[in-house]
Design a protein around this ligand. Structure first.
Ligand SMILES: *Cc1c(COP(=O)(O)O)cnc(C)c1O
Length: 393
């Protein structure tokens, strides 16, 4: 196996026994798997986690190929696939907690992660406490004897604070606490969580890894004890990914390297243009100094992807309608990571509890796609002018 990610993206999961001589593992549609003999049935029952046909829910070469490719990229002991990114997040947390535990979640977490913690986890008598995403080594003061997990997400996918993962991991390990991360923004190409001591690295493959806005899928890759617990919990929960979605995601993975570099380059160009605009107060992009945690990003990450936010000057969310309703290329939608550009007015106020969100104007989250950047800039320029006119500047 090569040490280089570009090669791993191309070769991952393509075992001959799974491809039977074609390039990609085919789509195996299966519920029932047939056994040749009672002896074979008993052998397969004895080793339920082996990658051999047993029952559709345990996967086929279509899913195993994707799992194996992700395991190589993440440097994990193994990977479980999930029907969505949020199922990967919730099952990873469930794998590591029990009633009476306390967990710490970054205040910048993806909102449905909070909803799960404040709903189902609370009902199971598991207490979630939120912490400042820039806390770093200060997390030590919040760790309790019953803190079983620290949930990180770096950068936060709305406000882009970059977290000091090595400092958080060091403090958590002292307390025998697991640390998991939602690595969707960076993908394993730009940040390798497990190399920094994280126990479970989660990807919403719905975003960049699938990359074509047509499949819902999540993954969690883990090491050591966390891997064994994750695997057991995911089986118990009955999680399963359709072979079509696994196939599409494997296909997306092959071009992740070049797509991500193009998203990065386009986003940097557009963020730099936005930084000089009179309508823009702040560019929240980890590669820019004004982004909280920029120095940590520069230390730990190999690149930046296509998702960032801007805070506008003056005006309020209703004023943004004049801008976003008439965009030609930037469409409004949640699930970023595809080839297309997106724009989303999004107010962090209701999902912040450690500090009140304060900003000089509304926040817009942008996903920069693979369109020509001059066309994208022209679209944004006309939009910003509509915004200013609307607030009467
Ligand atoms: C989209 C997203 C998820 C959830 O993925 P789904 O496949 O939509 O469930 C989790 N974390 C982050 C950071 C995301 O952007």
């Amino acid at each position: 196996m090569s040490d280089n990610d570009d090669t791993k993206l191309v070769t991952g999961g393509r075992r001959k026994e799974w491809t039977h001589g074609v390039v990609n593992p085919p789509v195996y549609r299966a519920s029932t798997c047939l056994f040749d003999s009672y002896a074979q049935l008993r052998e397969r029952i004895a080793d339920p986690t082996a990658k051999q046909l047993f029952y559709g829910r345990k996967g086929t070469p279509t899913q195993w190929a994707l799992e194996e490719a992700l395991t190589e990229l993440e440097g994990a002991d193994g990977t479980m696939l999930f029907p969505s990114g949020i199922a990967a997040v919730t099952t990873s947390i469930l794998a590591l907690v029990k009633a009476g535990d306390h967990i710490l979640i970054t205040d910048s977490a993806y909102e449905p992660t909070r909803t799960f913690a404040n709903g189902l986890l609370k009902a199971m008598n598991i207490e979630a406490e939120y912490y400042d995403p820039t806390i770093g080594a200060g997390i030590a003061a919040l760790l309790r004897p019953n803190t079983s997990v620290v949930v990180t997400e770096s950068p936060g996918s709305l406000t882009f604070e970059v977290q000091d993962i090595p400092a958080i991991v060091a403090a958590a390990k002292e307390n025998n606490t697991y640390v998991i991360t939602d690595n969707t923004w960076a993908t394993p190409l730009f940040f390798k969580p497990l190399e920094h001591g994280i126990d479970i690295s989660i990807e919403a493959c719905t975003k960049y890894i699938g990359g074509h806005s047509d499949a819902m899928i999540g993954s969690a890759s883990a090491v050591g004890k966390a891997w064994r617990r994750l695997q057991r919990t995911a089986y118990q929960m009955g999680h399963m990914v359709s072979p079509d979605d696994a196939f599409l995601t494997s296909r997306g993975l092959r071009t992740l390297g070049i797509r991500l570099k193009a998203h990065e380059e386009n986003a940097l160009k557009i963020a730099a243009w936005l930084k000089d605009r009179p309508e823009v107060a702040t560019v929240l992009h980890p590669a820019f100094e004004e982004c909280p945690g920029h120095a940590i990003w520069a230390r730990d990450f190999a690149g930046s992807s296509g998702l960032f936010s801007i805070v506008l000057k003056g005006g309020d969310y209703p004023d943004t309608a004049a801008m976003v309703d008439d965009m030609h290329l930037f469409k409004m939608g949640f699930s970023w990571g595809g080839f297309e550009s997106l724009i989303l007015p999004s107010d962090p106020t209701s999902s912040r509890t450690t500090a009140k969100w304060s900003a000089p104007g509304p926040l817009l989250r942008l996903h920069i796609g693979l369109e020509d950047t001059d066309d994208l800039i022209a679209d944004l320029e006309a939009g910003l002018m509509r915004y200013s006119r609307h607030i009467g500047n």
